[in-house]
Design a protein around this ligand. Structure first.
Ligand SMILES: Cc1cc2nc3c(=O)[nH]c(=O)nc-3n(C[C@H](O)[C@H](O)[C@H](O)COP(=O)(O)OP(=O)(O)OC[C@H]3O[C@@H](n4cnc5c(N)ncnc54)[C@H](O)[C@@H]3O)c2cc1C
Length: 400
């Protein structure tokens, strides 16, 4: 029977980042993945590494540390993760959005991070294809992009240098606990792995792994859908989001001047042009269980919204569409923590629409917690203990 210091379940961004940090510290580490590396949400996503779409507080703090880590890792790694600090722009359609955006930027600046209001002239100088009738927006220099697949493979390849083992096509079926609920082994459909420490990095599937040790992990799949255009000249030079995207993320009752179709499916513009020259546009936030089907009406709504902000897209072909499942934690914060009642069990999941951006800091925090090191910053707010004594059924009463 194989034996490891730590077994990481899940080969997405969280699992690979965590495995990298642990292997680098000298632990013997295995990733166990039911399919292939980056086969879950990490391959059904955009690659924005944003600080600026985070809520002021622990959210921004995680974003800031994570992007700094990306900057460092992209220089250290021999594997190219296509990290670029291309900058990030929020665009506003109405005066009401502009007022909310300015207030938000002031809060972000008060935390010591850069973000400023820009006028339509500067917006159009930065993005020549942007619609000319917008009210203005916000600009952040330091946000950027990565290639999510390459991030996962980059972490794996770099961690292999420190001895990481990877078991793909191994589905975890159970976790054996010993006296006092201490983790003893991970049971898969292809054998058992002895270990005293296991990290649950299973994204939207984290609750199933939690059930194996008697935990009710409050994560649900929140579906997103993206359209991909044919290759062309760069349409978006930066990452661009409509400010309504941020408002829709945190305030379900926020209303925009949009068509019934866009309203019905809660669609907001986000757009990025990848290194390969394809432009990816989205997106939406929907609760559809684990259903990954692309839905025609939503594709129409995404296209409508994208053309409203980037009219040039009207004359371009969409070559494919795909959906992904964001691991939405019911209180909006990821869980990055050990679990007192199950010694040796750790959770790195629930990052919703921020997992690509937050993977480096999450992996680092989990490794620091396991190693008993001082964490990068006080991460108590991300801890499992925050759910103690909480009525989980009440928590689940979010707007669907
Ligand atoms: C449309 C869309 C756009 C997005 N855009 C962005 C963005 O621009 N920026 C950003 O930061 N984030 C974005 N996100 C969010 C981001 O993609 C996710 O937060 C992130 O990918 C989650 O990573 P993860 O490692 O937690 O989960 P996953 O990548 O899903 O990894 C979990 C892994 O666990 C494996 N697994 C599950 N159960 C088992 C088992 N029993 N045994 C073994 N293995 C198992 C799965 O196969 C999977 O590979 C977006 C998401 C979507 C859907």
């Amino acid at each position: 029977m194989k034996s490891y210091d730590v077994v990481v379940i899940g080969g997405g961004v969280m699992g690979t980042s965590t495995a990298y940090q642990l292997a680098k510290r000298g632990y013997s580490v295995a990733i166990i993945e039911q399919n292939d590396i980056a086969s879950g949400t990490a391959s059904h996503t955009d690659g924005a590494t944003l600080i600026s779409d985070k809520q002021p507080g622990i959210d921004v703090l995680q974003g800031y540390h994570s992007v700094e880590l990306y900057r460092k890792l992209s220089q250290e790694f021999s594997y190219d993760i296509e990290f670029s600090s291309c900058g990030f722009m929020y665009v506003c359609e109405t005066d009401q959005e502009m007022a909310a955006a300015a207030e938000y930027a002031a809060k972000v600046r008060a935390q010591g991070f850069e973000m400023r209001v820009i006028d339509p002239k500067e917006m159009c100088e930065r993005e020549k294809y942007l619609a000319k009738d917008l009210k203005g927006g916000l600009w952040t220099e330091s946000d950027g992009l990565v290639n999510p697949y390459k991030v996962c493979f980059g972490f794996v390849e770099e961690a292999r240098k420190y001895g990481l083992d990877v078991y793909t096509k191994h589905e975890v079926k159970g976790i054996k606990l010993g006296p006092n609920n201490q983790v003893e082994a991970v049971i898969t459909d292809r054998g058992t792995f002895l270990t005293k420490k296991v990290v649950n990095a299973c994204g939207v599937w984290a609750p199933f792994i939690g059930n194996m040790v008697g935990l009710n992990i409050p994560i649900e799949p929140r579906k997103g859908m993206l359209l991909v255009t044919e290759k062309a000249e760069t349409i978006a030079h930066t990452e661009v989001l409509e400010f309504g995207y941020w408002l829709a993320k945190f305030f379900a009752d926020f209303k925009r001047p949009v068509s019934e179709l866009v309203e019905k499916h809660n669609v907001c513009l986000n757009i990025e042009t990848t290194h390969s020259g394809n432009t990816i546009v989205g997106g939406c936030r929907l609760f559809r269980g684990y259903d990954l089907k692309s839905e025609y009406e939503i594709m129409q709504a995404i296209a409508e919204r994208a053309i409203r902000f980037f009219p040039v897209l009207k004359d371009m072909n969409c070559i494919r569409t795909f959906s992904g499942l964001r691991p939405f934690c019911l209180d909006h914060l990821p869980i990055v923590s050990g679990v007192d009642e199950v010694p040796g069990f750790y959770i790195a999941a629930g990052h919703e629409g921020d997992g690509i951006a937050l993977a480096p800091i999450t992996g680092l925090l989990i490794a620091q917690i396991i190693a008993g090191e001082k964490t990068e910053f006080d991460a108590t707010e991300l801890g499992w203990n925050r759910f103690k004594g909480k009525d989980m059924a009440k928590l689940a009463e979010h707007p669907h």
